[in-house]
Design a protein. Sequence first.
Length: 358
Amino acid sequence: MDNLLTERARAVDDRVTAILAKTSGAIVPAGVAASEITDQISASSTGGKRLRAQLIAASHDAHRGNQLEAAIGVGAAVELFQTAALLHDDVLDDSDTRRGRPAAHRVLADLHRRQDWLGSADDFGAAAGILAGDLTLMAAHRALFDAVQPLSSRESVAATALFADMAELVTVGQYLDMRVAAQPLATLGDQESAIRDVMRAKTASYSAEFPLALGAACAGASAESITAIRAIGVPLGIAFQLRDDVLGLTGSPAVTGKPAGDDIREGKRTMLVWRAWQVTDASGRARLKATLGRRDASDEEVAQTVAIIAATDAVDLVEQEIASLASNAATQLAALELDPRGVELLTRLFNAATDRAA
């Protein structure tokens, strides 16, 4: 089974590479500027686990489909959508790195500096990073268009509509994430519902909910079956985000590809931060208030803040919720009448989503 997952990941990689080659061909008239952008897209699209694409393919199998190539192609479209989201996120979050390498907008800002161009290098890099994300989003739609061609009209319409719903929900989820982080820290204790809304809209949707639904759509599943598998993706996707939050706080930079405590500097509102704010003492709140969202916070200040959060029951409670959500998703999956081999693949992927180091 490991070999099968590896083969599928490679197939998705090949499809992404082929789509980006088409994109590169389309923008040849732009000259050297084209490669400056596409080089960053190509670099940003590598190194992921292809979990979303794997969920699409496994859901297709579980629904007894015979359009695996289409499912792989839709998986490539979702992976490109993910790359576009990361390119945009890095600009919005003012991140320095992504997957262990400089973020695309930082590389493009450095290009501006090396060439001694006019204006602000940082502003140029941010604008170029947004355009790189936009171009990647267009490539994702190109990939989707190519992928659905072998499908029946009903299957194609279902997959295309699901992809559109996903893209729109994630975009507003990103706005919601920014909106939550912009609220005064004094209101953090009242933000539990909003933090959960962000996890639901921004991450759960395109990390699990819609990939599972898209795989079923490619297999020609009924509307009822698509709805059922989609519902399983919600708890799974929230568990995925909660695991991401734990890793963002305590994970090894060598494994995660991001600096330790980066979520602290970004001011990210998570269930970990919310819970710690609820139960820590006045000194702990003062440290959280002094560090959360401060880009110039020192490593020592961030480490102290992480230690304050870790000293509460926040991590334990989040781990318990991850386990509960993962169990919920597994129970719902077992209740469906699906192909056993596909269910086995999905179970492996569910575990990979919720029990990982990066």
